[in-house]
Ligand binder design. Structure first.
Ligand SMILES: Cc1cc2nc3c(=O)[nH]c(=O)nc-3n(C[C@H](O)[C@H](O)[C@H](O)COP(=O)(O)O)c2cc1C
Length: 188
């Protein structure tokens, strides 16, 4: 399908909403950039896109509530998620306002779903992520016990704007999109 001003927004959200459920979709693992605290400078890391809501222009990621990225987003909620797809030859940079949910219905629903999966162990560690590891810690495998206290937090990203770049031998194309539906074509 030819990309035009009329269909670009829908096309991007189609990819974003497909990605969480498709393990092979390259947009399932964007890079999340945050502002570091204590003069640490920018911090970027890969995350899994868990949910995309086209109607609300919202993206969702899970993390350990004790991780530095949660601290950073609480201190400075402006963040960017960068997606690259070799298949599409598209880069998408999503600027967003983040909010971190540490508890509540949404977290409970997400945990009830997650705790049956292998990923559950990621949220059950007694030691916070990023701590210096003691010599024998890496040997002890965490037993996934759904009754244990979990540390799952939901990172919600309310989209402020999107910067789409399509690489092509016939000429690159770039556009900035806002949730209000505005599409501006930019020099790539
Ligand atoms: C493919 C891949 C997917 C990842 N997904 C997540 C994720 O969904 N949530 C998360 O908190 N960390 C995820 N990580 C780990 C982060 O990249 C990062 O190393 C970790 O969360 C610590 O980040 P922080 O110290 O900046 O908080 C993933 C790493 C890889 C390589």
């Amino acid at each position: 399908m030819e990309i035009s001003t009329d269909n670009l927004t829908a096309r991007l959200w189609r990819e974003l909403t497909r990605a969480p459920d498709d393990k092979h979709h390259e947009w399932r693992t964007p890079v999340l950039a945050t502002q570091g605290v204590d003069h640490m400078g920018p911090q970027a890391r890969t995350v899994v896109l868990r949910h995309a809501d086209a109607a609300l222009c919202r993206l969702r990621v899970y993390s350990d509530a004790r991780s530095p990225k949660c601290v950073e987003l609480v201190a400075q909620p402006l963040a960017q998620l960068t997606f690259w797809s070799k298949r599409l030859n598209w880069q998408l940079r999503v600027s967003a306002h983040a909010s971190v949910e540490f508890e509540g219905d949404q977290v409970n629903v997400a945990w009830n779903h997650l705790r049956q999966s292998r990923a559950a162990a990621d949220y059950l560690s007694e030691v916070p992520p990023g701590q210096i590891q003691s010599t024998n810690q890496h040997l002890s495998k965490i037993a996934v016990d759904s009754l244990r206290v979990h540390h799952l937090a939901i990172l919600n990203f309310q989209v402020i704007s999107m910067d789409w770049l399509a690489l092509s031998k016939d000429g690159h194309r770039r556009a900035r999109l806002t949730p209000s539906g505005l599409v501006r074509w930019l020099v790539p």
